[in-house]
Design a binder for this molecule. Structure first.
Ligand SMILES: [Zn+2]
Length: 270
């Protein structure tokens, strides 16, 4: 059984064919997914999809670093109240806060420092919210490793998932040494020909820290990259197949461990 722990099924290209996407997913053995919110509006869409897809799907509520950098820091308490209300009112479906984090690759030109500061403040607020609600924190980090590490050292991080992990094994080990329960989620990037470093990380990490995700509709895995432009949860199967070729454990053991890890990371009953 396969779990896509991070996708955006409410996105254009997926939401207009949601029944087909759901059928494909189940046919591929991808029996669970988590729909990830990227701002308040899409968090509500993720929740709606989680309700629509019933027992196969959960969701998160959060504000992505590229969506917050033009917000005034003074607006943070208001946004956190909305996320909290969504999470508290839907305990059966909302299993995480995020995606949140730092993205220093996508900064508004001319407002770089201000953008970074707002991202850090939004991240800190969501980390605290996740901790107070005992939910997983879904973290996006790009071109911001030093600041991410500094924040994770000081914030109350409980359970957290670094999504679309694409850094080296050393950074992962540094994060694992922190007090929280940290997981690393690998996307279709793992299967790309030039992704040596990510592959090395996926080979070396302890198996009980590894999750898989599509990040659909983005990043289709290598196996389908030439024929589709829109990724979908069903393709988690290709990422799992690839992971199994990298690892030394027997095939069934990898699949079972990744399934168990996914449920444990988000506290979803197996
Ligand atoms: Zn995402």
């Amino acid at each position: 059984m396969i779990f896509d722990t991070h996708c955006h099924g409410y996105w254009r290209g997926l939401r207009d064919r949601r029944e087909e996407v759901r059928r494909n997913m189940l046919a591929a053995g991808v029996v669970r997914s988590i729909q990830i919110g990227a701002d308040y509006a899409s968090s509500l869409q993720a929740l709606e999809l989680a309700r629509d897809w019933g027992e196969h799907t959960w969701c998160t509520a959060g504000i992505h670093p590229t969506d917050c950098q033009e917000c005034a820091p003074g607006s943070i308490p208001g946004w956190m109240e909305k996320l909290e209300e969504t999470a508290r009112g839907n305990r059966d479906k909302v299993v995480g806060i995020g995606e949140t984090g730092l993205d220093y690759y996508h900064l508004v030109p001319g407002k770089e420092e201000e953008g970074k500061r707002v991202q850090r403040e939004f991240f800190a607020a969501q980390a605290e919210l996740a901790r107070s609600l005992d939910l997983a924190l879904v973290i996006h980090t790009r071109d911001a490793a030093a600041d991410m590490l500094a924040l994770m050292r000081t914030l109350p991080i409980g359970r957290a998932v670094i999504h679309c992990y694409s850094q080296d094994p050393a950074f992962a080990r540094t994060l694992m040494a922190l007090p929280g329960e940290i997981y690393f989620s690998f996307s279709g990037v793992l299967t790309y020909k030039n992704a040596r470093l990510v592959q090395q990380t996926a080979r070396e990490l302890p198996l009980d820290r590894i999750l898989l995700e599509t990040d659909a509709p983005f990043l289709p895995p290598q196996a389908v990259r030439n024929r589709v432009s829109v990724n979908e949860p069903a393709f988690t199967r290709h990422i799992l197949d690839f992971l199994q070729t990298l690892r030394d454990e027997p095939t069934g053991e990898v699949e079972q461990a990744v399934w168990d890890n996914s449920n444990r990371a988000f506290r979803i009953p197996a």
